[in-house]
Design a protein around this ligand. Structure first.
Ligand code: URA
Length: 435
């Protein structure tokens, strides 16, 4: 029996494969000697049987080593953050430059929109001229020059994950703690990090709808990353409403710039500060998370973070002067339509996934991989949870390419917002920390 067949037969019976067997399997995914049928059988067996902690660590390390692992020789620690995805989540655009302004280097390998959630690369590409597909030499030069760069994974970063992810997507095997952990971390570890912070989101706009599911994922990710040698902390954060009061690529860039310029308080700033604080503390750049959080706030209020963002954008092909006047450069949708409250009451809940899918329907995300996104469309001025609105007061603005799409989005938005006569209980933003 070939090694792959033996590995699959063992998995079927609940055996945990050896690290060597998993390395050979990951190498086979990368070089094509493992077939799609074998990859599908592997994913299904892992979904059903699980790998246990040792197997999950071994798979993560094997997938990381299936391609290039970057090494850095810089004057500060190499740090990064990963979010499990949510609404109005443009934290990376705030946090990468803020960390750079604190003396860290952030070679951020990011993704595109997934399901109902947006993607950092799509957001950054809303800025005219910006390129996220840099070759390694240019990626290194931008990190060196600006302290941060945000790019897509090159084909040689974790190639085993690229194959396995595509197979999982069509075999009903995305939802496995072991496979999700190995997939997320293999790409992050391949960036050669000294420290990582994870934003594991829970709530109606997250993939993990319950806090229990989010905690299980956070624990698996933190244990695995640490076992693979990367100091990692996870915060479990609330995703029952958009973080920025906007959803959509250019609209979120405008919000991130407003935070970086010190013009915007709110959830986006607070999550960025909490994540950055935890990361600076775990990387030893600050004594504790509180001091780390203050350092991130100072980097923003001094303008140092905005200056790093401007440098990064310019180094990735964006316009000089963008941070001073983003509206001059960001695309604007031809139809802007206000949605107003039909009755008085408190905004008590958002059906987050539906809200996200409504922005995808407007063109802010993709229904199939080959779709192109419209950077201008989405929602802005979204009222936060707990806001009391009178009849006729605005709930948000829809930015659409056509009137008919705005009308469809309005129907979806109305169905996704719950209004009640009683104010909701305020929710903490950071629900737990896992270290
Ligand atoms: N993001 C990833 O990169 N991989 C997963 O499996 C899930 C989310």
């Amino acid at each position: 029996m070939s090694d792959t067949r033996a590995l699959l037969a063992g998995l079927r019976e609940g055996a945990v494969p050896s690290a060597d067997a998993l390395s050979a399997f990951a190498a086979g995914l990368a070089d094509g000697s493992v077939s799609d049928a074998q990859a599908g059988a592997f994913a299904m067996a892992v979904c059903q049987r699980g790998l246990g902690e040792a197997g999950r660590v071994a798979l993560t390390q094997a997938m990381t080593a299936s391609g290039k692992v970057l090494r850095w020789d810089l004057s500060g620690p190499v740090l990064d953050k990963h979010s499990t995805g949510g609404l109005g989540d443009c934290v990376s655009l705030v946090l990468a430059p803020a960390l750079a302004a604190c003396g860290a280097f952030v070679p951020m390998i990011s993704g595109r929109g997934l399901g109902h959630t947006g993607g950092t690369l799509d957001k950054l590409e809303a800025v005219p001229g910006v390129s996220v597909t840099l070759d390694e030499a240019r990626f290194r030069a931008v990190v060196d020059e600006a302290g941060c760069a945000i790019v897509s994974a090159s084909p040689d970063i974790a190639p085993a994950d690229k194959r396995l992810y595509a197979v999982r997507d069509v075999t009903g095997t995305v939802e496995s703690l072991d496979l999700i952990t190995a997939s997320i971390l293999s790409k992050k570890l391949a960036a050669g990090l000294d420290g990582l912070v994870l934003d594991v989101k829970t709530g109606s706009g997250a993939f993990m709808k319950t806090e229990g599911e989010a905690r299980a994922l956070a624990e698996a990710l933190v244990e695995t990353a640490k076992a693979a040698g990367c100091p990692t902390t996870a915060l479990i954060t609330d995703m029952s409403q958009p973080l920025a009061p906007a959803m959509g690529n250019a609209l979120e860039v405008a919000e991130a710039v407003a935070v970086l310029r010190g013009d915007r308080a709110g959830l986006l700033l607070e999550v960025s500060v909490a994540l950055g604080g935890a990361l600076l503390a775990s990387a030893g750049l600050e004594a504790d998370a509180k001091a780390g959080a203050q350092r991130i706030r100072d980097a923003i209020s001094s303008g140092a973070a905005a200056e790093r963002f401007a440098r990064m954008l310019a180094a990735q092909g964006g316009p000089l002067g963008f941070v001073e006047a983003p509206v001059r450069y960001l695309p604007e949708a031809p139809v802007i339509h206000e949605v107003t409250a039909q009755q008085e009451g408190y905004v008590t809940a958002f059906a987050g996934q539906s809200l996200g899918l409504a922005t995808v329907a407007l063109g802010a995300g993709r229904k199939v991989e080959s779709d192109s996104v419209n950077p201008a469309v989405g929602f802005s001025d979204i009222v936060p949870l707990g806001t009391k609105v009178a009849k006729g007061q605005p709930l948000m603005r829809i930015h659409a390419a056509r009137e008919a799409q705005a009308a469809e989005a309005e129907t979806a938005v109305r169905a996704a917002i719950t209004h009640t006569p009683l104010a909701p209980e305020p929710r903490p933003l950071v629900l737990a920390e896992v270290r």
